[in-house]
Design a protein around this ligand. Structure first.
Ligand SMILES: Cc1ncc(COP(=O)(O)O)c(C=O)c1O
Length: 278
């Protein structure tokens, strides 16, 4: 059974509980971050913890733990789950207990959940995935807050259309990001991706670092009407890695097959994660 860290203790997942007077439960007040391991090494753990801290700051939540303390607890929790070959790691910081059901008492709870890595069907990578678009905007998009109501609704819509992800479009018609991923498109051989009103994905940054060696990159607002001008499209995240997209709503892209340049980025990313040794 998986072992979780909950508010100071390591417990089997079936006994991983928190009191009901926590603001995360009462008001959805809390933040989290998500990463995975490669060869049991947490991929970009320091950057994920930095983002967790910034997520908390953006919603005025006091973390109550230093980055080093969180780092050490994650490493310890991973070590307790030594049967897992590769793991998903969720780090949550809850709003903590409240007396009047709304005011934080600055007693956040730290939770670390280590579970087996998610494996997506191989076909999505070899044949490409479908995504849909949804008019919605995340509240304080730079913060990975616990509240994923827009995400759950948008993914539900995607699922009904045999799609794996839904890309948010804001009131200005800008394509922002997926519910749990960022996106890139290739247009006139340029790799484009938005840089504003999104969660800055750690995978997105790795892609940018790798791609700049071989491609021209443009970080700018991307509009819905531009999808039809794109030769290739892909989404990226810690759990999906680089996933080629061949359909956006009803529009078929790159002749319905993963594009050459996307495949090159997938290959670079794979190599990078294979060599990852931090
Ligand atoms: C809203 C949102 N955007 C982007 C991402 C991708 O971030 P990362 O690459 O750090 O997993 C996520 C991840 O869950 C997300 O929830």
């Amino acid at each position: 059974m998986n072992i979780f860290y909950v508010d100071g203790e390591f417990v089997p997942e079936t006994r991983a509980v928190i009191p009901v007077n926590d603001l995360v439960l009462l008001r959805g007040y809390g933040v989290f971050d998500f990463l995975r391991t490669y060869k049991r090494k947490p991929f970009y753990l320091k950057e994920h913890i930095k983002r967790l801290e910034s997520s908390a700051k953006l919603i005025g939540l006091c973390l109550g733990f230093s980055q080093q303390e969180i780092f050490d607890i994650v490493i310890k929790t991973l070590a307790k789950n030594d049967k897992l070959q590769e793991a998903n790691i969720r780090i949550l910081v809850t709003g903590g207990m409240t007396i009047d059901f709304i005011t934080p008492q600055n007693k956040p709870r730290l939770i670390v959940m280590v579970t087996p890595v998610t494996v997506f069907p191989e076909q999505l990578y070899t044949h490409g995935a479908a995504v849909v678009t949804t008019y919605d905007e995340r509240y304080i998009p730079g913060s990975k807050s616990i509240n994923y109501i827009p995400g759950i609704l948008a993914l539900n819509r995607a699922c009904k259309q045999d799609a794996v992800e839904s890309i948010y479009i804001d009131r200005y018609g800008r394509l922002l990001e997926g519910t749990t991923s960022n996106f890139f498109g290739f247009m006139d051989n340029k790799l484009i991706t938005p840089g504003k009103s999104i969660l800055h994905g750690i995978t997105r940054q790795v892609v940018l670092n790798l791609a700049e060696k071989e491609f021209d990159i443009e970080i700018r607002d991307v509009y819905k009407e531009e999808i039809r001008l794109m030769n290739e499209f892909f989404i990226c995240s810690s759990n999906k890695e680089i996933m080629p997209v061949v359909r956006v709503d009803d529009l078929v892209l790159s002749n319905g097959r993963p594009g050459e340049q996307t495949c090159r980025i997938m290959q670079m990313f794979k190599q990078y994660t294979c060599d990852y040794n931090q």
